[in-house]
Design a protein around this ligand. Structure first.
Ligand code: ATP
Ligand code: MG
Length: 443
């Protein structure tokens, strides 16, 4: 017996009362069978969207054209979708038309993977598993429903879903599915949807097998060719990996937050372009700057938000920072002022992962990381001004006390004051700053 929350059970039971079929399907059943808490619940029924709306007056029609109604049950929102068989996919993106059916087999047959094509009737406590999805769940294998090549031809997004589930479920893709990947088809998939799958992949716990599959299948070269340009690029004696694999491992070693994983994946994307050799070895001068520009371009192309673009680009741009556990307080304060406190922590996290993905000594990397965090903590606790805004005086104080006119000079003076406060945080009080400002004006 599967544990199904009351709110979901009630939706199914209501549909049954009205003589309709109702099954929980898709990711919800897959996760429930794996004893994981499902993110969202999908119910499939032979009731038409109109009939679903009539039974559940408090419902929200969203994907009505594709047969989905969101039903509110208790405090839970449940996607109730009318069973359908997908007709032709002439554009390889969306089915040309949606054909509703009351045949569960047809609805399960259109689904991507066997582990996603299991249905469960909670009222009858019956699992319907036509494609041996439960067996694949046990064996941790992702297998397409039907012929992989055909299924990828119908909808190229499924290739990326295959790779993504490899990471999120920690499963192995079936060999025939891997062989059927045809990277060229990816041009039929919208960048937003590629981004969506990439995001789910990147925040998974164990991403190396999925990233390698993305590369080996040829998909990554279509999605981020700037990154695959790092394959085979040797980085000298401090590195055990080429640029591409080093980037994968750096992404693996940072915390699983999207902006960090993206920054880690892209941090050395400028290396293939900037490589040079001389008698002292291999160099990648200014690769962080070139990398930041490339990252912006890549993230824009993949339709990432402005916020993500800026966050990631800054981390790539600054990842070669020179602060270390023996730097002076002054130097660390300047670093925090330059990048911002949150970004300072992110950069330390990125550096830890970057070093771990070289030829590292785990103990010294860990010590470096701990002492850098401690330095940041204590400096941020003690100092309260890293920006002009955080100074103990404002522009209008300056205008009044020093009899100045509004204009660019005010900003210049504030910046000079901040400069001094970064060197000596004690100076950040009203009287002292006014006194320094008056001296600056008269000098
Ligand atoms: P997640 O845990 O990410 O929500 P999920 O399996 O629930 O995973 P959804 O995108 O929510 O994925 O889709 C719900 C179900 O719809 C899937 O389990 C699958 O049965 C079906 N499905 C989704 N996308 C496709 C697709 N591109 N082709 C075929 N079936 C699909
Ligand atoms: Mg889902």
């Amino acid at each position: 017996m599967l544990q199904i929350p009351k709110d979901i059970y009630q939706v199914c039971s209501k549909l049954h009362e009205h003589s309709f079929q109702a099954y929980i399907v898709g990711g919800a059943i897959r996760d429930a069978l794996m004893k994981k808490e499902p993110k969202d619940w999908d119910v499939t029924t032979d009731a038409t969207p109109e009939q679903v709306k009539a039974i559940f007056p408090k419902s929200i029609p969203t994907g009505e054209k594709f047969g989905t109604i969101i039903v509110k049950s208790g405090n839970t929102f449940v996607d109730v979708t009318t069973m359908r068989e997908d007709a032709n996919y002439s554009d390889r993106r969306r089915p040309d038309s949606v054909k509703f059916t009351s045949n569960l087999f047809l609805d399960l047959q259109r689904r991507d993977f066997t582990i996603n094509a299991i249905a469960y009737d909670p009222i009858k406590n019956q699992i319907i598993d036509i494609f041996q999805g439960t067996k694949d769940l046990k064996r941790k294998i992702i297998r397409t429903v039907g012929n992989s090549r055909d299924r990828f031809n119908e909808d190229a997004l499924r290739m990326l879903r295959l790779v993504r589930f490899t990471a999120t479920l920690n499963f192995k893709p079936h060999r025939s599915a891997v062989k059927a990947i045809n990277p060229e088809l990816i041009k039929n998939v919208a960048n937003e949807r590629i981004q969506d799958e990439l995001n789910k992949l990147l925040v998974a716990e164990n991403i190396i097998p999925a990233l390698k599959l993305l590369y080996n299948s040829g998909l990554l070269a279509r999605i981020i060719p700037e990154l695959t340009a790092g394959a085979g690029i040797n980085q000298g004696k401090n590195h055990q990996f080429d640029v591409l694999e080093h980037s994968f491992w750096t992404a693996q070693y940072v915390k699983p937050l999207l902006h960090l994983r993206l920054a880690a994946l892209l941090h050395d994307v400028g290396k293939p372009i900037t490589i040079s050799h001389d008698e002292t070895g291999i160099h990648f001068y200014k690769h962080e700057q070139v990398g930041a520009e490339l990252s912006k371009k890549i993230l824009k192309r993949l339709a990432y938000s402005r916020a993500i673009q800026e966050q990631v680009t800054l981390l790539v741009q600054e990842h070669m920072f020179q602060i270390h556990p023996h730097s002076t307080d002054k130097a660390i304060r300047r670093f925090i002022a330059k990048v911002g406190p949150e970004q300072a922590y992110d950069l330390i996290e990125l550096r830890k992962a970057d070093v771990m993905a070289m030829k590292h000594d785990p103990k010294s990397t860990w010590e470096y990381y701990q002492s850098m965090l401690a330095r940041l903590d204590s400096i941020i606790m003690e100092s309260h001004a890293f920006t002009v805004k955080e100074l103990a005086i404002t522009g209008s104080d300056l205008i009044r006390e020093c009899q100045l006119k509004p204009g660019p000079l005010i900003g210049q003076i504030l910046n000079q004051l901040l400069d001094q406060v970064l060197d000596e945080p004690k100076l950040n009080n009203y009287e002292t700053l006014i006194a320094i400002a008056k001296k600056l004006v008269t000098d």
